[in-house]
Design a protein around this ligand. Sequence first.
Ligand code: E4P
Length: 229
Amino acid sequence: MKIFLDTANMDEIKKANSIGVIDGVTTNPSLIAKEGGDFIQTFYDICELVNGPVSAETIAQDTQGMVREGELLSQIHEHIVIKLPLTTAGLAACKQLTDRGIKTNVTLCFQASQALLAAKAGATYISPFLGRLDDISHDGVGLIRDIAHIYDNYGMKTEILAASIRHPKHFVDVALAGADVATIPANVFWKLFNHPLTDSGNTRFLHDWSTVPNNNIEQQVQEWLKNRI
Ligand code: E4P
């Protein structure tokens, strides 16, 4: 499963990207608004930093406007993926942009029928929002599972990009449910690394190693290599 970061904050992206496991970034109008500044420059800077797809969302509500905005945004950088809302106008725009070779991410998906239509419109990614479904007592992970099943039934190539992820369990659950990508906020990304047994185990290993004589690995390996020649 690929991991995208769900933020437009450059510091968060830089820090997470330095680990080497981030495959792309998603943004939305709310995330861009939160950062302020020049949004075009922000898209460009994210694309230059991350070696993978970066979603930039259109604002127009009619097909023609979405296609125009999509064509313009896609000229910012080759990594740009055009994010379109899952409306009838959005799906028509998705079809037209796909036909022109532009990658798309159809967003705000809340039921499997919408995901099937997005795949038929040629979407590169479909973004089901599981957290927002869970918020209203629906089964967000169940939606990912249903979409994966339907796409498998028909060999549909659209990638399932699980969005609106709120915590590490969501991340694992969508991996089990067959998501191709999980897009996660930075705070969830850092939580994925942690386990108290990892910390206590590491402390124990360090303590035990401190009892080994001549325990400097660098020095000892260099010495050993020199003596071997
Ligand atoms: C990603 O593409 C979505 O815009 C994002 O995951 C929405 O998350 P939220 O429900 O936490 O706002």
